[in-house]
Design a protein around this ligand. Structure first.
Ligand code: AMP
Length: 367
């Protein structure tokens, strides 16, 4: 059974065609609408994809949709009501949801007889209990304006936590994992028996861990202060905190490889950026240990998590009292399990595969 996975951005479409768990085609159409781009518009981009791959036996199209709000707890077959609901969520994801809606509309037009499935980044976190999702602000304001923690990277946390249980040879339903998705965006998740019970991103993908260009957690007064005292507009502040913060803000480079090179050369700004980045991860690991009560594994994934032994070592340093330890040689070699034999908590490195997870959830949704 073939599944086509589409990740439609504002100016790009990433696609991957699965036959079972095997990838039979994949690609990226970029700079859509630009003079030297790969396609004139999203319709042309999707037609180009459909023409270039063998769609015989295609059972469904799975679309990555960033924000499902509190309406969607799992991947859902697309109908007009779903489209209307995702449209209503545009104010919560102004860059991402419109692009996904374009992808859905074009794919529905081109393949009217096939089921289209929306797979939401937020859905895995629908299981977070109210005390982990609600902020202590005016309850009426929160209700009216849909202010709560939604969480993101859900397909990655779901996939990686399941793979961790498999790696340890344990049933998913009895395994507690702290997953650390450290890519360009970064988030932590506490997974209890296969269900998300806490995550670090909030109403937007801005909260929580330090990221390439995003601040992660800050005191909200920073925003008021920059507005009143520095005279910055709300838009300027948003741009600064989302594109000019994180590693970029502290070290002048958003790529962890660059930060680590400068750190190795003794650059003080890069050293501080690296330390702030790792310390924030350690704080979340401690917090989620307390939320879970018992932790079977801590798992690193995504660009930084999969490739930086330094970040893994520093962010989990000093946690041996919690049973969390790393074997330096295994860590350096990037083995799947980098904790010492017999450790109370397994520390794992698991490559994420969000597209495969989208394909699997799409298959489940149409079954
Ligand atoms: P992702 O969003 O998962 O593709 O992750 C992208 C980020 O991973 C990049 O911005 C890099 O900072 C980081 N990265 C990739 N390879 C390495 C590496 N060898 N060491 C440290 N960071 C890396």
């Amino acid at each position: 059974m073939k599944i086509l996975v589409l990740n439609t951005g504002s100016s790009s479409v990433k696609y991957r065609l699965f036959d079972g768990a095997d990838t039979v085609a994949k690609g990226l159409i970029e700079r859509i609408g630009e003079a030297d781009g790969d396609a004139a518009d999203h319709g042309a981009a999707l037609r180009q994809i459909m023409d270039s791959v063998d769609l015989s036996g295609l059972a469904a199209v799975g679309h990555r949709v960033v924000h499902g709000g509190s309406d969607f707890e799992k991947a859902t077959v697309v109908d007009d009501d779903l489209v209307a609901a995702v449209e209503r969520l545009v104010p919560l994801a102004p860059l991402h949801n419109p692009a996904a809606l374009t992808g859905i509309a074009v794919a529905r037009g081109l393949l009217p007889d096939l089921p289209q499935v929306a797979v939401f980044d937020t859905a895995f976190h629908a299981s977070i209990p109210p005390e982990g999702a609600v902020w202590a602000i005016d309850a009426e304001l929160a209700r009216r304006w849909q202010i709560q923690r939604y969480g993101f990277h859900g397909t990655s946390h779901a996939y990686v936590s399941r793979q961790t249980a498999r790696l340890l040879g344990r049933p998913v339903g009895e395994t507690n994992v702290i997953t650390l998705h450290l890519g360009n965006g970064a988030s932590a998740c506490a997974v209890q028996g296969g269900r998300s019970v806490a995550t670090s991103m909030g109403m937007s993908p801005q909260g929580g861990l330090v990221m390439g260009t995003r601040s992660g957690d800050i005191d909200p007064t920073v925003v008021f202060h920059l507005h009143r005292e520095a005279g910055m507009s709300i838009d300027e502040i948003e741009t600064s905190l989302t594109r000019g913060a994180g590693l970029q803000g502290l070290a002048g480079a958003n790529d962890m490889r660059t930060v680590q090179e400068r750190w190795s050369a003794g650059d003080p700004a890069a050293t501080l950026a690296f330390d702030v980045y790792c310390r924030r991860i350690r704080e979340y690991v401690g917090a989620y240990y307390a939320v879970l009560g018992r932790v079977d594994a801590v798992t690193f994934t995504a660009g930084v998590g999969e490739h930086s032994p330094e970040v893994r070592a520093v962010s989990l340093s000093g946690l041996s009292a919690l049973g969390i330890e790393i074997d330096p040689d295994r860590n350096e070699r990037g083995e799947k399990i980098i904790s010492p034999d017999g450790g109370r908590v397994a520390v794992c490195v698991v490559p994420t595969d969000e597209e495969l997870e989208i394909a699997e959830q799409t298959r489940t949704a149409i079954a």
